[in-house]
Design a protein around this ligand. Structure first.
Ligand code: SF4
Length: 321
């Protein structure tokens, strides 16, 4: 369970989130397995982990974009799974997404002004003139020229297209932005500009971010708290400063050691993660990390550790060494 940074109720609270995809011969792929998440107003919570660990599925499940197959999500105390379709549509206005590929998330045949206005049109907000004015203001707030509303996505650079996607995401003045690898498709030189924009918008609009990334350097600079996922489970969470300075879980330790160091562009020698992430279709028994864990003990092969005191590892459990 998450540790509250402040004495306040979470803006979004997810409990026991599980997401199964049916695959052939009656088998299920468990992309997310019994994950709890608390998101507090005004913070940026990052979910990190290697590709295929379930972080995108978890983010889509807690934002109800793809409702989970198990568990509950409360947004400002209201359980999303209990809402009618109409109530859910209203509630989901508060959670907007920014995806990795801005080109893929924009209709190539739709002028960008129309794309930004679309959420307002769908929710019948304002008159046509008010929507036009709002789009111009949104374009400006993300650093684009309002005069460019009639241009098409392909006429913009990758960074500009992500700015358009961000303008569209904030059009409904949501409380939460779920940003799924929002800069990983961009040139490194553009990444920091887009991150700075997100940071400025967060301050200006009082936004809360759920930030999905495999890039620990970005997470370290952008997030307040971090949840580390491995094969569908959260294995460690805490304040970014604690987790990065004093990682406790062997997977977190390996992940941080394997990440390029700022200003060095290289990894700690000999510390890179060994082997590949196992298949979610056939996860290892016990602790799913045990085949790659340098300090695994017998118990790890048969018994899955629970998340206790923000870490899921037998060695850090009561009675562990
Ligand atoms: Fe390693 Fe065992 Fe801890 Fe899993 S439970 S991380 S295998 S020591």
């Amino acid at each position: 369970m998450s540790q509250a940074p402040l004495l306040q109720a979470p803006l979004l609270q997810a409990r026991a989130i599980t997401h199964r995809f049916p695959v052939s011969k009656g088998r299920n792929l468990v992309a997310v397995n019994d994950a709890d998440l608390d998101l507090f107003a005004g913070e940026t919570l990052a979910i990190v982990g290697e590709s295929g660990c379930g972080k995108t599925t978890l983010a889509r499940a807690v934002s109800w974009l793809v409702p989970p197959t198990g568990g509950s999500v409360h947004l400002e105390g209201v359980e999303l799974g209990q809402l009618t379709k109409k109530e859910l549509r209203q509630a989901r206005r508060e959670i907007q997404m920014v995806f990795q590929d801005p080109y893929g998330s924009l209709n190539p045949r739709q002028p960008v002004g129309s794309a930004i206005a679309e959420p307002l049109t769908i929710h019948r907000i304002g008159t046509a003139q008010e929507r036009t004015d709002k789009v111009a203001a949104l374009m400006e707030s993300v650093g684009l020229r309002p005069d460019d509303v009639s241009r098409y996505p392909h006429q913009f650079s990758g960074g500009q297209r992500q700015r358009i996607a961000i303008a569209r995401a904030i059009a409904l003045e949501p409380k939460i932005i779920v940003a799924d690898e929002p800069v990983s498709a961009l040139d490194v030189s553009v990444q920091s500009q887009v991150l700075n924009l997100l940071s400025d918008l967060k301050d200006a609009h009082g936004l809360t971010f759920l930030f999905i990334s495999h890039d620990l350097t970005v997470v370290r600079h952008f997030a307040d708290r971090v949840a580390v996922m491995y094969l569908g489970k959260i294995v460690e969470e805490g304040a970014v400063s604690d987790v990065f300075e004093h990682p406790k879980h062997p997977y977190t330790q390996a992940l941080i050691a394997a990440a390029p160091k700022i200003g060095q562009g290289k990894r700690t020698p000999g510390s890179a993660l060994k082997g590949d992430v196992p298949s979610l279709l056939n996860p290892p028994s016990g602790c799913a990390f045990h085949p790659r864990c340098p300090v695994a003990v017998d118990r790890c092969r048969t018994e899955a550790p629970l998340l206790k005191a923000n870490v899921a590892c037998h060695l850090l459990d009561e009675g562990g060494s």
